[in-house]
Design a protein around this ligand. Structure first.
Ligand SMILES: Nc1nc2c(ncn2[C@@H]2O[C@H](COP(=O)(O)OP(=O)(O)OP(=O)(O)O)[C@@H](O)[C@H]2O)c(=O)[nH]1
Length: 269
């Protein structure tokens, strides 16, 4: 770490090369995407070139992953964060989280990714962690259409704790490796309709093969980062500055530093 002029710290350890995002990542399908542009917002681009922005500290957004049990939430997160896939099912008890570090257009940025339990008996605990999300990822199993039908309910529950105008919503179908291309096409058509209704961006992935997983999380990181920068810029008027929003403030020697790739388990047990 390195000390800043204002007494705050930022991480000096370089972000791993495969987490550097320089070009704006593309959507999965134009029929259900949150933004069709393929470049950073001009104000964000300008702010990223500013040294003050680059040195301001670590910005972070909260991402909450919800959906029925067994749809593959944990596997999705593990494929991206640890590049691993476990065939054996272990139910999430309560919630877990991972912190994943990125560098976007030269600016350090983190996603705090919350994995919640899909099982009914753990819902009450998991839902207490929904608050303050900048991104909500609703996961369903492409091979089990009932889980797509339940996504409306998951969205309602997540939005009960959040302001509709302040969240990016993603609808993600998992296990595409289990479907033939004709089956996949049919289910994706239904999912695109659902995503449009929810004003969500749709993605179709396989955590087993890794197909589209990295692309998906890069898209999440880019949209969340840009949204958070724009919020800061809007409030930048006379008092604020870039990074004032979700900046993690770390004073020298405190234990507040989130360890990259650290995992926390929180449960009722
Ligand atoms: N073939 C295939 N199996 C998958 C995929 N993703 C997950 N699975 C399997 O589906 C099962 C459930 O995956 P999990 O990630 O544990 O499901 P979850 O949604 O986190 O479940 P809860 O923690 O109970 O909410 C496991 O046996 C995984 O191996 C995938 O992309 N392809």
């Amino acid at each position: 770490m390195q000390e800043m002029a204002n007494g705050k710290m930022h991480f000096s350890a370089p972000v791993s090369k495969d987490r550097i995002i320089s070009k704006f990542p593309k959507w999965y399908t134009p029929q259900a995407c949150l933004q069709m542009k393929d470049h950073w917002h001009t104000r964000v681009k300008t702010a990223c070139q500013d040294r003050t922005t680059r040195n301001v500290g670590m910005k972070m957004s909260k991402v909450v992953v919800v959906g029925d049990l067994y749809v593959g939430k944990t596997c999705l997160i593990n494929r991206f964060c640890k590049d691993m896939f476990d065939r054996d099912y272990k139910a999430t008890i309560g919630v877990d989280f991972e912190i994943e570090r990125f560098e976007l257009s030269g600016v350090p940025y983190s996603l705090q990714i919350w994995d919640t339990a899909g099982q009914e008996k753990f819902k009450c605990i998991a839902s207490t962690y929904y608050r303050g999300a900048q991104v909500i990822i609703i996961v369903f199993d492409l091979a089990d259409i009932r889980t797509l039908e339940h996504t409306r309910q998951w969205l309602q529950e997540a939005m009960r704790e959040n302001d509709p105008g302040s969240c990016f919503i993603f609808l993600v179908g998992t296990k595409r490796d289990l479907l033939s291309s004709a089956e996949c096409h049919r289910t994706e058509r239904d999912a695109v309709k659902m995503a449009s209704e929810m004003q969500a961006e749709f993605w179709s992935v396989s955590s087993k093969t890794g197909e589209n997983v990295r692309e998906f999380f890069f898209r999440v990181a880019a949209l969340a980062f840009e949204g958070s920068m724009l919020r800061d810029l809007e409030g930048a008027g006379s008092h604020s500055h870039i990074g004032a929003g979700d900046l993690i403030r770390i004073d020298q020697g405190t234990a507040e530093e989130p360890k990259a790739k650290s995992v926390k388990k929180l449960s009722c047990c």
